[in-house]
Design a protein around this ligand. Structure first.
Ligand code: CBF
Length: 821
């Protein structure tokens, strides 16, 4: 338990908060008010450790990581914080005494959803691990007024509802006005000569005040509390008579509007770049604020800016924060008067870049016109970086125009952010072994050839504290009962469970826990979808963002295929199956949204067909997010990881399922490869083309899906059901686009870009094996326990240690707290 926690003080603090914040007695408090009161009381406990941690960092003059990310998909904090201060039993007791139930109170917290999917959730797991391991680190991001939209399903269609997560105030944040800073946009750059040197001054600009809000990131049982710093924008000058008089009224209005719009909303695109001007503004806004603050903080303790990199490292979470490279250059050149070479030496030793995808539509490129208009000084610097880099290419590959075409930072009227991130930093990493190899051999091959020393792999990980200890308390307790609690901070220790995999009693216990978790999810589904599902059926789950490469479409086509078999033969011997989907589609991604409609339409037909005797159920869980994800992972039997090989950089959902004892049904893609390596192919269901085969076909311009259509009656039947009104009697043409995407070359895309029909037969075969395997309860229980036991590699604690050893070179800091400060 945290040294700062005292049960009686905590109880008083909850009662006091209800009284002082809401003017109520404890028995009058609404559940939401109770949540606020409890959260503030928990924050009280955390605050001392938070202060102590930062004092310790200062004292030790520790090197600090700034994890720069447009997204942090944190999920709820209350439950996690209580676990990490190790006060769960005591808090439960207090709440019990006060007449509250912790779960109900936790449910009142909005999910701070400042991220889209894997990339943002990875950032959140990393923060948890950094604090738990005691590394000095800040997460730096944006305090979006509206986070990831809430998804409502109406008549089978996705509707986007704004996520007003701050409407009741968020108890865990602290506004830090003392660290506010100005960020400038637009205008022009004037060159002045001073002391025999050129100086650059930005004039005629608009600016906003960046104000940080800090959130505590509590380490597990170690008194360390790090900070997630998210920036809000405020107007620098609100309307003043002064500006009105001077005719600057228009400018004041513009600055006010700029501040309002800049942090208004998170772009809901995953693996896809929208190219909007506001997005570049958001990027520069939080990067300029974070970099300025990092430099100021360094200068408070040091004199020599040349050694900045010895105390600071910037990790760029994808290309979104890449303007950190020219922004740091700007500060060093224009504010510290370093020479270009000095500034470049510091910058390239400070910045490191993580690539999270090979999808070409995710590659950020900005038109020069937009970039230079919005960030005139930054653009000048990027031009100079590019000029020097192109010179380097020419020296290394004389006369080779192709190399310049592929590697230049500015080319064809565009600024290419990935190229800038690679050139401007000392490290480039992929997020799973296969992904890094593809980067080296394919996507970033020229860069790898030119600067191989920068490239390295860091396979992703997840925090077991949220995704087992918090999300699956029954299994967590069982694991601890068998092997002790070391797994909580040392996940590889969980391998000790392997000896129980063959033990019939343990198998039974494990399956009972899975069953109870399935009952919990079934209850959630009943409450939210009104559908009855049988917890004895196989829970076959695909939850993740909706994207064509993730192939939810293949999954639902297979459901139709199975349904057809059942219709042909109502006595078909199959284990009842509940197919569970959860996915948000980007608001403008039409085909993805249509796929959601298709899943819901298929669900309507199948769930209401009495003739199949409930052997198949299809459930689409509305508003998939971190809080319901925890319930879903715990209840899954089968983990669908079925992306087209080579397209999913890593995946992290695959790891969360494994940790909770679900068996992977997947392709050899991303981190699935390493999952199978750990648990053994015999304890997973692997199918489909390899990444080499996929890339081979892509290089040949694809394949001909019509051959499959013509030769495979069952597949043809399923596809015809998309266009004959079977699932949309009112509008038979509704799913024509999906049908066309698979077969038709009329559209600009290749037919069946993601090889759904090509992989379908082997997917169906693997599904058949799942059905057979589940009948053997002993086998299944053993394989499930082995999945848990072999998940040790996939902790984000391991990933963070690898980043620290190879890239960041941080020192661990110990924080001592005296009891009851
Ligand atoms: O590395 C974290 C995750 O990032 C993505 O979600 C992304 O947004 N690029 C990838 O798609 C995942 O494969 C990856 O696990």
């Amino acid at each position: 338990m945290s040294m700062g926690f005292d049960k009686e003080t905590f109880k008083k603090s909850v009662i006091y908060n209800v009284k002082n914040v809401f003017r109520k007695t404890i028995d009058e408090a609404t559940p939401e008010q109770a949540f606020q009161a409890v959260a503030y009381a928990v924050k009280d406990v955390i605050i001392d450790e938070w202060i102590a941690t930062h004092k310790e960092y200062e004292k030790q003059d520790a090197k600090t990581l700034y994890y720069l990310s447009m997204e942090f998909l944190m999920g709820r904090a209350l439950g996690n914080n209580i676990i990490n201060i190790m006060a769960l039993p005591e808090v439960k007791e207090v709440l019990d005494e006060l007449g509250f139930d912790l779960n109900a109170i936790e449910d009142q917290e909005p999910d701070p959803a400042l991220g889209n999917g894997g990339l943002g959730r990875l950032a959140a797991c990393f923060l948890d691990s950094l604090a738990t391991l005691g590394y000095p680190a800040y997460g730096c991001g944006i305090r979006y007024r509206y986070g990831m939209f809430k998804q409502k399903i109406e008549n089978g269609y996705q509707m986007e509802v704004p996520d007003d997560w701050l409407k009741n105030g968020y108890p865990f944040e602290v506004r830090r006005a003392e660290y506010a800073t100005e960020v400038k946009f637009g205008g022009y750059v004037r060159t002045v000569w001073e002391n025999g040197r050129e100086h650059f001054v930005q004039e005629g600009y608009q600016s906003v005040r960046a104000v940080p809000y800090d959130m505590p990131i509590v380490g597990y049982g170690n008194n360390v509390v790090n900070t997630l710093r998210i920036w809000d924008a405020e107007a620098i000058n609100t309307f003043s008579l002064d500006s009105f008089d001077k005719g600057d009224y228009q400018k004041a209005v513009e600055q006010e509007n700029l501040a309002k719009t800049i942090v208004e909303v998170l772009y809901p695109n995953d693996n896809h770049y929208a190219g909007k001007e506001l997005r570049l503004k958001q990027q520069y806004f939080f990067i300029s604020a974070s970099v300025q603050r990092a430099v100021k903080k360094y200068m408070e303790k040091h004199e020599d800016i040349h050694k900045f990199f010895e105390k600071t490292v910037f990790q760029l979470n994808d290309t979104h924060p890449t303007v950190a490279v020219p922004e740091l250059m700007r500060i060093l050149l224009d504010e510290f008067n370093l020479t270009w070479d000095e500034a470049w030496a510091v910058t390239t030793k400070t910045c490191a870049y993580t690539n999270h995808t090979i999808m070409s539509e995710a590659l950020e490129k900005w038109p020069i016109e937009l970039f230079s208009r919005l960030l005139p000084r930054i653009y000048q610097i990027v031009e100079e970086i590019n000029r020097r880099f192109v010179e380097q290419i020419q020296q290394m590959y004389p006369g080779n125009q192709d190399k310049i075409r592929k590697m230049a930072i500015i080319y064809d009227g565009q600024v290419r952010m990935a190229n800038l991130a690679i050139v401007g930093g000392f490290s480039v990493n992929g997020v799973a072994r296969l992904h890094t190899e593809i980067l080296k051999k394919e996507e970033l091959r020229d860069f790898y050839e030119m600067m191989p020393q920068k490239f390295n792999n860091k396979t992703n990980g997840i925090t077991q504290r949220r995704f087992l200890l918090h999300g699956n308390p029954l299994l967590a307790e069982w694991v601890t009962g068998k092997i002790g609690s070391e797994w909580i901070t040392n996940l590889p220790h969980i391998h000790r469970l392997a000896v129980y995999a063959d033990d019939p009693k343990c198998q039974q216990e494990f399956m009972d826990i899975k069953y109870q978790n399935k009952v919990r999810l079934a209850k959630y589904i009943k409450e939210h979808n009104g559908i009855d599902v049988d917890p004895r059926s196989i829970f076959d789950v695909q939850v993740k963002r909706l994207h064509e490469y993730k192939r939810q479409l293949m999954n639902i086509l297979h459901v139709i295929y199975l349904y057809n078999q059942l219709k042909d033969n109502p006595n078909l011997d199959m284990v009842p199956r509940t197919f569970i989907f959860g996915a948000k589609a980007a608001a403008g991604y039409k085909r993805a949204k249509l796929t959601i409609k298709l899943i819901n339409s298929v669900a309507d037909v199948i769930n209401n067909d009495k003739s199949i005797d409930g052997k198949i159920k299809v459930v689409f869980i509305e508003d998939y997010k971190v809080s319901n994800a925890e319930i879903i992972f715990a209840a899954a039997d089968v983990s669908e990881q079925i992306s087209t090989a080579s397209k999913e950089a890593s995946g992290t959902g695959n790891m969360k399922f494994m940790l909770n004892g679900a068996l992977t049904l997947g392709t050899m893609d991303g981190a699935n490869v390493e999952i199978v390596e750990e648990v053994g192919a015999e304890n997973a269901f692997i199918f489909g083309m390899t990444s080499d085969e996929v890339i081979g076909y892509e290089n040949k311009g694809g394949y001909n899906p019509m051959e499959i259509f013509n030769n495979n009656y069952q597949i043809r039947r399923v596809l015809m059901q998309l266009i004959n009104g079977y699932f949309a009697p009112q509008d038979p043409e509704l799913f024509r686009d999906i049908y066309n995407s698979l077969l038709n070359t009329q559209s600009s895309d290749r037919a069946d870009t993601y090889f759904i029909l090509k992989d379908f037969p082997s997917y169906a075969e693997a599904q058949q094996k799942v059905d057979q395997a589940y009948r053997n309860e002993t086998w299944w229980a053993k394989a499930a326990i082995l999945n848990v036991a072999c998940s040790g590699k996939f902790t984000s604690d391991r990933t963070i240690e690898e980043y620290v050893n190879d890239i960041w070179h941080l020192e661990k800091v110990k924080v001592e707290i005296e009891a009851n400060q």
